[in-house]
Design a binder for this molecule. Structure first.
Ligand SMILES: [Zn+2]
Length: 468
């Protein structure tokens, strides 16, 4: 089945150079759609798929478009044949500045055919939507990057002032795959000698009746750090209980974490997001946003926002119990009890600071707090005029009157690796959707047809402005 899909992809690849000559973005739409279809139809999920198949299809297209050996590289980690990545570059003749990186992950979350309404690895276009695994997260944007590199390479007179680099990578969605961005940074760093990167992480918000409300640009994300609480005890026979029981101690400590609230931090990005989005959303939430944008200590506004899981997550570090493990026999006092905490940490906060806060809240030296997955807290990238100018100018042309709002996200993207390496990374797609509409990672994932094409036009204009 998958073999068939690949061969269809290669046939399509040979047709590309004929169609995608120097033309405005919208006229190469059929060629772009073929790239998108091919990407979605190659299963690149961790259980049944292969990123390398997507990479080989992209390689065929790049070669056909004139990318020579040194202009691109297929990077496959040793012993991980399915975890392939591909990078490509259009060089500036006399670069005035460091380059711009267009990055996208090509792996997707697993999808079981039996649970879906349509085959997840066939691209369906129905009722104004593209359906399929990865249509939204994020083969749309990955296809935009590949299509853009191919078009610009072939465009007579395209002379960028700085290098344009593309990286399509594996391993963003999983922890059992090698993360391509991390791997390239460690082993092929020269490809990432760039000034900044554009990534997934933000699109645009549509109203219930489908009107564009706000275009988002992601600047920063929380950092996932994992902690363990552990109580130990010599144990003994369960017929002779003692008060210092490891399970009871751990439960008490876990309970304290459940009511622990880390200090509120209204970051400049979140404050700006509230300022712009508050009046658009209106209602209690909108009013609270406007109040907190005016005064970040506004108690009534904060109370409303902290009661909402989404805004709560953007206002402070959170730690939540996700796993529990205790005891070793029904008739023995527990010698060990352990809670795993998943902490989503504000940028700029170290794992040690989180650990100290947890220890203070628990206040029991018999319960040890350990950092089990350590990730450094990077800082949010600056929203400079160089970055924002082209975004605002193009947004004004395509969506007049729709404001551009910066967002910090509570989840994680591959941007964290680059930000830790000192490369500011921004989430930007120009692809609008209603809140929760795409159901990324879930069943029947979809993306609006119009949003994909508009996002492509938007990114084309913004990237051209960056390398002008
Ligand atoms: Zn993604």
């Amino acid at each position: 089945m998958r073999k068939t899909l690949i061969s269809v992809g290669i046939l399509a690849a040979t047709a590309i150079p004929l169609i995608a000559l120097a033309q405005p973005a919208d006229s190469g739409r059929a060629a772009f759609r073929a790239i998108y279809e091919e990407m979605v139809e190659i299963d690149s999920s961790p259980t049944t798929g292969s990123c390398t198949k997507v990479v080989r299809a992209a390689e065929a297209r790049l070669k056909a478009a004139g990318f020579a050996a040194g202009d691109y590289e297929v990077i496959i980690p040793p012993d991980r044949p399915d975890d392939g990545n591909i990078v490509a570059r259009i060089r500036a003749a006399n670069p005035a500045k460091k380059g711009v990186l267009l990055m996208g992950h090509i792996d997707v979350v697993d999808a079981r055919r039996a649970d879906w309404e349509r085959d997840p690895f066939t691209l369906f276009e129905e009722n104004g939507y593209f359906y399929g695994r990865g249509t939204a997260d994020m083969k749309g944007q990955a296809a935009v990057w590949l299509d853009m590199m191919i078009r610009l390479k072939q465009e007579a007179g395209f002379k960028p002032s700085r290098d344009l680099v593309m990286a399509l990578t594996c391993g963003e969605e999983t922890s059992n795959r090698i993360n391509g961005i991390d791997y390239i940074l460690k082993n092929h760093k020269a490809w990432f000698d760039v000034a900044f990167a554009l990534n997934e992480g933000a699109g645009g918000l549509l109203s219930d009746d489908g009107k564009a409300l706000v275009l988002q640009i992601q600047a920063g994300e929380k950092i996932h750090q994992v902690f363990e609480l552990e109580a130990t005890n010599p144990g003994g026979h369960s017929s002779r209980p003692t008060p210092d029981n490891a399970i009871y101690q751990l439960m008490a400590a876990t309970k304290k974490v459940s009511t622990l609230s880390f200090p509120v931090q209204v970051t400049p990005v979140t404050r700006e997001y509230f300022r712009i989005t508050g009046p658009i959303l209106g209602g209690d939430i909108g009013k609270a946003m406007s109040a907190v944008a005016k005064n970040p200590d506004d108690p009534a506004g904060l109370a409303v926002l902290l009661a909402d899981p989404t805004y709560n997550a953007s206002l402070h570090t959170t730690c939540v119990a996700t796993q529990l493990e205790a005891g070793h026999a029904p008739n023995a006092l527990p010698q060990r009890a352990k809670t795993t905490l998943s902490c989503r940490v504000m940028q700029g906060t170290t794992p040690e600071q989180v650990k100290e806060t947890l220890e203070q809240a628990i206040g029991d030296p018999n319960v040890k707090v350990a950092i089990v997955r350590r990730r450094e807290g990077s800082s949010a990238p600056p929203l400079t005029d160089e970055i924002m100018g082209p975004v605002k100018a193009q947004a004004a042309k395509m969506w007049p009157g729709v404001p551009v709002a910066p967002v910090m996200i509570a989840g994680a993207t591959d941007g964290r690796f680059l930000m830790n390496a000192g490369i500011p990374t921004y989430g930007l797609s120009g692809m609008f959707s209603k809140s929760g509409e795409t159901n990324a990672h879930g069943l029947n994932e979809k993306l609006r047809v119009q949003s994909l094409y508009e996002g492509r036009d938007f990114l084309d204009a913004v990237v051209r402005a960056y390398v002008k």
